[in-house]
Design a protein around this ligand. Sequence first.
Ligand SMILES: [Zn+2]
Length: 470
Amino acid sequence: MFRFFMALGLLVSAVAAILVVWAHQLPGVMRPDHDAPRSYLIINAGLLDPATGSVQANGHVMVIDGRIARTGTGALPARPDGVETIDAGGRVLMPGLIDMHVHVFDETDLAAGLARGVTTVRNMGGFPFHLPLAARIERGEILGPRLLTTGPILNEVGGRNGNLLHEAVEGADEARASVRRQYAAGFRDLKLYSNLSRESFAAIRDEAAILGMTMSGHPVEGTEADPVDFAVSLDAGFRTLEHTESIVWHALNDETDPEGVRQLARQIAASGTMIDPTLVVHENLARIVETGGAHISRPAMASYNPVVAGFEQENFEFWSHYPHDDRTSMQAFYVEVTAALHEAGVRLTVGTDSGVMATPHGVSTVREMELLVDAGLTASEAIRAATLNGAEALGLDGQIGCLAAGCAADLILVAGDPTQDIAWLYQVDAVMRDGRWLDRDTLAGLEEAGHHPSSLRTWWRLGQHLRAIG
Ligand SMILES: [Zn+2]
């Protein structure tokens, strides 16, 4: 009898395990059809080249094996055998969007981004699963935006905003060891967080230079006992400095004096450092305060990872009951500072912090572009920020974010002209990713897939990450 129950128990566990794995399979829409073509002649399109910022009517783009082979207007080129024609119906064709600051916790985050025309993302805090996932996307085994990632977030032990998920170091030796560990794990770009000490920061920068790694992140503030001047971060060769909010906090001590802002903008412009404002994530924080928390359950949050939401619950509670309106005025100030940066000639990229702080993937990228327009960029300049500037910051100029022969066929078909009204980017009718054509139905499928993040996968990966940085 005992054996019978043992056997029954084993059988039940096996069936349960199979069901769990089955329930957490990737949605079918994220598995590309390997026989589908990657060579097309797209005709009758308004061509939006971010380099000129204007739309040329009656254009065509020839894509061969996932790359743009030629673009032009007027008379069509001869169509090679095996190349299918797509009629764009006069709509606007442009490079897909590059989001420079996201947090990917599950493949469904990538589905939500791609559904909205985001064709490249930079993940700003690497977990072990990100690199193999990026490779699978690169090989065409999974449909998603091109995935680039930094290593795990480097911060000092005991830092003010210390977080369980940060790789915390204490002093120069540990900092060097962490950089080497990240290099050995396959990461080539580092993410630095605010509270690194002067010594740890210097060690990271030097070790990165030795290994040929790049850096991005928050301006480094140092410790209370030994604060690090903002200018140090401008001299450090960051690919991008993140968050207007962090810059205001560090460089201006949150003071809203207009002359101080103009001076700061000139200082950043002179350094040549690119800034990734991520205005949308603070806007969401301000909305949480303003709505007493209702903003957290808005419809766009359907794709938000429930495990992340669980971790953030306490934070959300705090801001939902925050009794002041200072977040609203600070949000307006961050937009003003971003305007001053732009006016001074600082080059901006488009990043969102999607994946954390009530900022969902995909739709937030377009919202960030609207906020850049609020900050005084023309729509064409916001488009340039989301394409050419992002590509340049990633060292991929001429390869992505462009509409010319040799560029990746990462394209979006927009219902109207976004250089006239940036909000047209909320209506992406089709996406081409690495030469694969994703029509309206496929995008709807991806959007739906984005609504089903897997808690099981997320927990598993958090565990892997904690073991890796532990
Ligand atoms: Zn972030």
